[in-house]
Design a protein. Structure first.
Length: 89
């Protein structure tokens, strides 16, 4: 996955939000890629996001051997996780 896709995804999320509308727009813009949503606290804390904004973070999804996994490697990425971040208390 190239940096251009991540940058465009960030702009799209900033414009439409990180809810269902943003996720649906990502899927429509890049139908060949996988996009899933989760809470940021479901992501291992050691994994750095590919990008982030106010209330959300993007993580790479790698696919291999019929399984999806979080990844830090954009070269193996087949999609992105859109993680909703809880507000700081």
């Amino acid at each position: 996955m190239n940096a251009g896709i991540v940058a465009e995804a960030c702009a799209l999320i900033a414009r439409l939000g990180h809810g269902e509308a943003g996720l649906a727009a990502l899927r429509q813009q890049w139908p060949a890629l996988r996009f899933v949503a989760c809470a940021d606290d479901d992501v291992p804390p050691r994994l750095k996001p590919a990008a982030s904004g106010e209330g959300w973070a993007l993580y790479y999804i790698a696919g291999g051997e019929h399984c999806l996994a979080l990844s830090s490697d954009p070269q193996t990425a087949i999609g992105l996780v859109l993680a909703e971040c809880a507000p700081d208390d």
